[in-house]
Design a protein around this ligand. Sequence first.
Ligand SMILES: Nc1ncnc2c1ncn2[C@@H]1O[C@H](COP(=O)(O)OP(=O)(O)OP(=O)(O)O)[C@@H](O)[C@H]1O
Length: 297
Amino acid sequence: MQTINASGLSLCLGGQPRLQQLSLQLHSGELLALLGHNGAGKSTLIKLLLGLYQPDSGSLTVLGDKPGRQPLQVGYLPENVSFYPQMQLGELLQYFADLKGINRRRVKQLLVDFGLEHCARQALSVCSKGERQRLGLAQALLSQPALLLLDEPTVGLDPLASAFMYQTLQTLRSQGCSIVVCTHELALVEPVLDQLLILDHGRVAACGTLPALQQQAQLPWRIQLPAGRAWHTDPLLAPWLCEQQLLFPVSLLPQISQRLTQHWHCIDYRLQSPDLGQLFRHFLADTTSELTLAEAV
Ligand SMILES: Nc1ncnc2c1ncn2[C@@H]1O[C@H](COP(=O)(O)OP(=O)(O)OP(=O)(O)O)[C@@H](O)[C@H]1O
């Protein structure tokens, strides 16, 4: 089932175009990584999906309906989550549950699932950043939504707490929940994403699956070679050799791997496709730190 269907969306705010001609399709159980530089329009897109902004042009459906029509089906964790500081953590989750007509059992379950039982009676003002972010995710999940919108969910979290957040997202995705996560934490989101959308000043710089965008970008793939072998003597490998690495176009992968295994009997090499950081820089046209194939050989 299609969770998000956007076509040709444009929106001006403050007299400036903030999103231009954006199209996107997301299906049940898919995770979309929403990436872009500061001010690219990521939060603006999330607000369009929530129905908080109306597009100037284009069409948008969320869960087959106008955005904002099915609030219980959409969970949202805002970028700068702020809760009433005097309230206790458990009390606040219960307050949100009451607003949404959700029973106490679900509140208790979420407190357990998110390891928040021990601080349920603590005032929000003394809870740690990690506890508040977990509460933020718990409140977004109260109604077991079909779509989860997360705006920078791991900002300020320690590596373990961030990893917990992404493990939770993976579980939710496997249960059929669609997720849009806006983040600058590329290494964390890379292993769990199904699609990525990179925004550049409100325009789509890239959209698709990781393999499709790797193909489109034509960045070099790498093989780290074991030391102590005369790799430079091989006419097939030599043009792509750069110190102890091969940097080559993906189209040559079958020939190169065959050469390594059959001619050199080498099976312990490490193959690296272009990672999300390289793709990000490529599509945002910051080529200063990007190693191009031409420079590499
Ligand atoms: N209500 C508004 N009125 C005018 N301009 C706005 C409004 N909301 C956002 N903007 C502007 O739109 C642009 C996109 O903002 P947005 O918050 O979507 O960026 P972002 O990609 O989420 O950035 P960041 O990574 O820094 O959070 C920014 O230049 C911002 O100043």
